[in-house]
Write a protein that binds this ligand. Structure first.
Ligand code: XMP
Length: 308
């Protein structure tokens, strides 16, 4: 990479030339890649960049508010709550790849409607180098995306040649908050890949609360920067517990905390035992539907990082 400020200036100049006075849209998730791309594009074309946060109903606790608070004064920002549409389509779906496919399709439909509403001609994407190198080394950088209902957007990928560590450097140089720069990656399909079996509103609520507890305790312990990801999975295994003097039948939640450089491989490090116990105690105390908590200790490979 060039030095960060040269990279930023070139990227802004490029986008000014390419997009001109047309409108562009970006799906801003609040992850580092889409955040950096949004700020770069908005520095190039100002309010003609419309940054859209789509709430698919599978986001983390407080996520919509966090992204809105972080970006509403910096960008032309829109938040769309499409959760009903996503969750209706996901009803009774068990297969993880099917879940991903449905979420992808609904996302594109929602996004196309917004793009049409704002008359966007360009789509800015936060693609980074590993995204396209891993998917068969597509070297095209100027291409169009035809959306299902006929809208065609021209694609602009300002950080497509950068690796994650370079994106972080550029993000710092752009003045993004440290929290955005150092956030753990969160998968596009969100909690759908952390709920085994059918997704219901109740299971989302349980999974969301458990994830919030894990994030809270990992940060309290101060080890968040040493972990690549740390989260909770809601399994469809039911296990017996005891609440008061009554036997109870509830969910098994699995904790997953890994170190990694690029998500291609991942290792489970030694973790502070008192933190694991605290997380377990809080999850079973604060989420009555959960009776057991266990810790995943398998590396990638052979396991994947996510469960579903
Ligand atoms: P796995 O589970 O395959 O995950 O070891 C590797 C990394 O990718 C994330 N992940 C996803 N990200 N859409 C995404 O945007 C997905 O469908 C998806 N599945 C997994 C995962 O969180 C990890 O960082």
């Amino acid at each position: 990479m060039l030095n960060p400020s040269d990279f930023i200036n070139e990227s802004i100049e490029d986008m000014k030339n390419t997009i001109g006075d047309k409108k562009a849209i970006i799906a801003l998730s609040g992850g580092i890649d889409s955040s950096v791309s949004s700020v770069l594009a908005s520095n190039a074309i100002g309010d003609n960049l419309i940054a859209v946060f789509v709430d698919h109903g599978l986001i983390r606790e407080g996520e919509a508010e966090y992204v809105e608070d972080t970006f509403k004064d910096r960008l032309n920002f829109i938040s769309v709550d499409a959760s009903e549409e996503f969750l209706d389509k996901l009803e009774d779906v068990i297969d993880p790849e099917e879940k991903r496919k449905i979420i992808g399709e609904v996302f594109i439909n929602v996004f196309e409607r917004v793009a049409e509403d704002v008359s966007a001609e360009y789509l800015v994407q936060g693609t980074i180098a590993p995204d396209w190198i891993e998917t068969q080394g597509n070297i095209k950088s100027h291409h169009n995306l035809a959306l299902p209902h006929g809208l065609v957007l021209k694609i602009v990928e300002p950080i497509r040649d950068l690796y994650k560590d370079e994106v972080r450097i550029v993000g710092s140089e752009l003045g993004l908050p440290a929290e955005i720069i150092n956030r753990q990656p969160f998968p596009g399909p969100g909690l759908a890949v952390r709920i085994v079996g059918p997704i219901t509103r109740k299971k989302i609520e349980i999974c969301r609360k458990a994830n919030a507890i894990v994030e809270d305790e990992v940060k309290r312990e101060g080890i968040e920067d040493s972990l690549w990801q740390y989260f909770a999975v809601l399994t469809d295994t039911m296990a017996t517990g005891v609440k008061g003097d009554m036997r109870d039948y509830g969910y098994l939640v699995v904790l997953r905390m890994v170190e990694s450089l690029d998500a291609m491989t991942a290792q489970v490090p030694e973790l502070p035992w008192h933190m694991i116990r605290k997380i377990s105690q809080r999850i079973t105390a604060e989420i009555p539907e959960v009776t057991h908590v266990s810790l995943s200790v398998s590396d990638k490979p052979p396991s994947t990082i996510e469960f579903a």
